[in-house]
Design a protein around this ligand. Sequence first.
Ligand code: F7E
Length: 328
Amino acid sequence: MKRALITGVTGQDASYLAELLLNKGYEVHGIVRRVALEDPVHRLWRIRHILDKITLHAGSLESYASIFNVVEKVRPDECYHLAAQSFVTYSFEDAFSTLNTNINGTLFVLSAIKEKVPECRFYYAGSSEMFGHAKTTPQNENTPFYPRSPYGISKVAGFDLTRNFRESYNLFACSGILFNHESPRRGFEFVTRKIAIGAARIKLGLDDELRLGNLEAKRDWGFAADYVKAMYLMLQQDDPDDYVIATNETHSVKEFLELAFACADLNWKDYVIVDKQVYRPAEVYLLMGDYSKGKKKLGWEPTVRFEELVKMMVDADLKNGEMLRSHT
Ligand code: F7E
């Protein structure tokens, strides 16, 4: 039985990945912060349904010792490093902790693997935010990086560390450059979920407005459950490599908004307030990924497109009245 270790196991991607690996017969282990273990109702909701099938270990990306101990104990065959401070807006507010957690955390995981289980296959969660202010569209594996936030900068550093460990120590280390990927399990602070919940709350009479930032930004949005399949596939190849995972479509925040509100039979113009306070100090205006390498080498393709994704998210939140009533 293969053993997988997932960092950031309480997150959206990890919840889908853990399900996928369990279905494939893996023994699944996850690293969580102790605070999450102490507050399972709020922090473990995405993995509640599989808690009896996976093993959780307390650890922190801020402590090499804690990561080292878990890696030594679990001795994984595959490690999926998904943990990070992943909210771009917050990375402007606290660049120090974002850089510290994301860069050192990645270095700690890579170093522990190199020391204890050098044969372990390693996946790094890269991001389209590394392309940032890209000079060409669509972006592929050869597009130069131009990050526009501390988060993007931290992800470029993690990408470089991953490649460097592959080249220096022969680790089977891969990076997925994943474009935005969403689902009904998306965190509440990201724009897609904020819109889906906003539309549902307005529909249920719980709110009468929704404050958003830049509606003109364009993103390549896919479905998270599709994207974790690509992570898994990267670690099953003969050789380690880096891949762009995307849908090759781009849509503005405004398009998402229009469609989401229409799914709730609402007109967004009646409720949305554009608030300059929500704008970022430096914006990424346009992202669209060319996933042809992933398609050719991994046989990967997205199965859920934009319209279906928006509808899936709004429908899920409309059905979730109880959670919405407690969400402020
Ligand atoms: O913003 C605009 C905002 O926070 C998308 C993370 O998973 O994907 C995600 O990063 C766009 C931006 O995601 C609001 O200015 C307008 O242009 O949903 P987001 P993100 O920054 O693209 C990448 C691939 C990652 O790796 C990240 O970890 O929407 N926007 N109004 C807003 N964004 C937010 N959050 N809230 C608003 O009210």
